[in-house]
Design a protein. Structure first.
Ligand SMILES: [Zn+2]
Length: 111
C-alpha cells in the first residue's frame, strides 16, 4: 500500500509577520475591508491539494460586509483575492452578508 507522506515543516528564514492588509470595501467605499486568508488541504483520492480560504470582512460597523471564498489557488495572495472578490461582488457571483451590530435589538418574537 502507498506510503504515507509526512507533512514537512519548512523552516523559514524570515519571520512571518502578519501585516494587516486593508482594502477598500465595495459596499461602503471605506478602506475598512480586511481579508483573512488561511490554507487548508483537500484530499482527492491519493492526492492532496493546498487551497486557500478567505474570510472577507468590512470593519465598518454600519456596513458589516462579510463574504467567504474557498477553493482559492494557493498562489494567490490577499491582493489577488481582493480583486477576485471585487469581480464576483460586481457580478453578483458571491454571497455576501451584512452583519451590522445593531444594539437596539429589535426582537422579533413571532407567536
Ligand atoms: Zn463596508
Amino acid at each position: 500500500m502507498g506510503r504515507r507522506r509526512r507533512k514537512r515543516y519548512k523552516k523559514m528564514g524570515q519571520q512571518r509577520r502578519r501585516l494587516p492588509k486593508v482594502f477598500q470595501c465595495p459596499a461602503c467605499g471605506l478602506p475598512n475591508l480586511v481579508i483573512d486568508v488561511e490554507e487548508y488541504t483537500v484530499s482527492e483520492g491519493d492526492e492532496s491539494f493546498v487551497r486557500k480560504r478567505a474570510v472577507i470582512k468590512c470593519l465598518n460597523p454600519s456596513c458589516g460586509l462579510r463574504a467567504t471564498m474557498e477553493d482559492i489557488p494557493p498562489i494567490l495572495d490577499a491582493v489577488d483575492i481582493y480583486s477576485k472578490f471585487l469581480d464576483k461582488f460586481t457580478s453578483g457571483e458571491i454571497e455576501v452578508t451584512y452583519e451590522t451590530s445593531e444594539e437596539e435589538g429589535v426582537e422579533e418574537s413571532t407567536e
